[in-house]
Design a protein around this ligand. Sequence first.
Ligand code: ZN
Length: 260
Amino acid sequence: MAQAIEKKPTWEKLRDKYRVVVYDDDTLGEVKSTRISGLSVLIGLLLTLLVMSLITAALISFTPLKYLVPGYADINNNMAYMELTTKLEEIEQEMEAQRVYTEGMKNFLNPTGVTIDQSTGVEKGQIAAPTSTLTPLEHYYFHSPLKGEISAQFDLSKKHFGIDVVAEENTPIKNILDGVVVSVDWSEQNGNTISIQHSNDLVSIFKHNSSVLKKVGEKVKAGEALAIIGNTGKHSSGPHVHFELWHQGNAINPQEYMTF
Ligand SMILES: [Zn+2]
């Protein structure tokens, strides 16, 4: 009867000792021998594996070798991309906030909603003040308002912003250039006064008239009679006209541009 062979569990087999002997091939003499067990071989293998894994991990983590790992560079790029996207979103939000703020300020400063042309700074619908396109006054032909004698000169130091011209009674005062009547007025000091706005930012003013022949808003041609010379107002002492000519906000001497 065959005897049943007792089967050892695997873990016990691992503990069985073996002798590994190295013989010299020529002499058949024993060169080296050592005793090992399956367990020690297994442990040795596991240790070797562990060390190799550690070395590989270190190489990948701390050297540029990591860039050879497929997908690693992509991940890095993706992270940079995500950061950029986030930053862009933040900037967009800031810009929107700025826009809302600017809009609010605009409404606050300009509740009427009149828009200003950014390039010229002039309200839309208005004519931009001509700057370099102004015609020099010397190029104008001024119609003389009347013939007479200058009784008081133009003198800024005395704040006499015009000239006084004496003439006969009932002499008509004539318009010097095409324009529009912008003011007809009476005051105790100046009597009957008429003011004309001309092109080129020119304004002419006549004071002390006995009567004015035009109304505010009327267009007047050069040479047209505007008023009749008089003696009205405190500053008048005989039939004369006080004539002022203003150019771009500055009083100028009419005698330099026309004869009387
Ligand atoms: Zn005067």
